[in-house]
Design a protein around this ligand. Sequence first.
Ligand code: 2IT
Length: 447
Amino acid sequence: MYNIDRFMAELERKNPAQPEFIQAAREVVESVIDMVNENPAYLKAKILDRITEPDRVFMFKVEWEDDNGDVQINKGYRIQFNNAIGPYKGGLRFHPSVTLGGLKFLGFEQMFKNSLTTLPMGGGKGGSDFNPKGKSDNEILRFCRSFMTELQKYIGPETDVPAGDIGVGGREIGYMYGQYKRLRNENTGVLTGKGLNWGGSLVRPEATGFGSVYYADEMLKYKKDAMKGKTIVCSGFGNVTWGTVIKATELGAKIITISGPDGYIYDVDGVNTQEKFDYLLELRSSNNDIVAPYAKKFPNAKFFAGKRPWEVKADMAFPCAIQNELNGDDAKKLLDNGCKYIVETSNMGCTPEAVEVFLHAKIAFAPGKAANAGGVATSGLEMSQNSMKFSWSREEVDAKLKIIMKNIHDAGVKYGKEKKGNFVNYVKGSNIAGFKKVADAMIDLGY
Ligand code: 2IT
């Protein structure tokens, strides 16, 4: 029998100074421990011990030359967490906050998220502490080349398929894919998020945000409610936020905030025109990592320096930026202001205290590993198209994404609906559904 306190103490002892990994693991273990303790096969297999240990971790040096001719040195990582249900799959994050422990949390989450998508993908994650902020296009090119020169030793279309994450978009994927081809002389789906002209899939750039809104739509329908007319506070201003505002606007909701590391924008008119959608992409590709210029461009919008958008009154909240961006006090503020739905679109965007506030208040809370799975699901669809050497239409990919998000939602209801009343604990439900498939596969495969 597993005892949660003993198990977590041992996990912390074995993984010192990795608070985000421990946070992610604790949430999953809390959700599944009763199910594990009731299943002799899981206990015999020591499933919790095995599933919390990554298969392997690569750490490497990335040397590159900046525009002044100076040599720069960064850390590079790839974590192959678990491949029980398919090749390792997950993004690459380029951000100064990247550490081994941070990537282990992301790889761990990715394993269950990928399981939820219903597609055959294992869990992986990687990246670098490289900071794209202020870098020239040539510097980004040289960094990506050097990064891939080492990474290519560990990946492959049937082994491990990286993609983008924070700081890694179409441009970076292009530079890395170019280097992979130069070194290996092969055209394969070794990365996803590729450009449309060189093996990418329609809808992949929008997919994380679209998927999150499709998931939210299912959650609302389940409560006999609808997106139409809802006001939404959203954080971030990158790729994920962009997809979210486009789809939420299409479904008749109004996004009134976006944010950056410098503060947030309150746009009373809504972030709801093609000009504003396009401007988000412009802000991102400027590499300045600030959102303030939005208020200059659209004078009805106001910029609040150094603050987060959770103080603004709205019906729904979509954290779309980074882990632990919404804490317990923010959660209370949202509830005091009448917010009814929280759709965690960033990975582990809410602290455990915030999640506790939402669940205690029996508010509909969609956890990131379920709500944001549309990105990697569409990566999975990109892999399928690459394998077939064929491309689906926008409508075909979008229809598949929609079905996948509905299935992920329904799995959360199946395992998370409380026996009494109508409340669905999507955290517990999604953790159990994601875990079960990986754990059962691990047992089938032996050790
Ligand atoms: O967090 C994520 O799911 C991603 N960054 C997307 C990963 C992928 O392989 O598309």
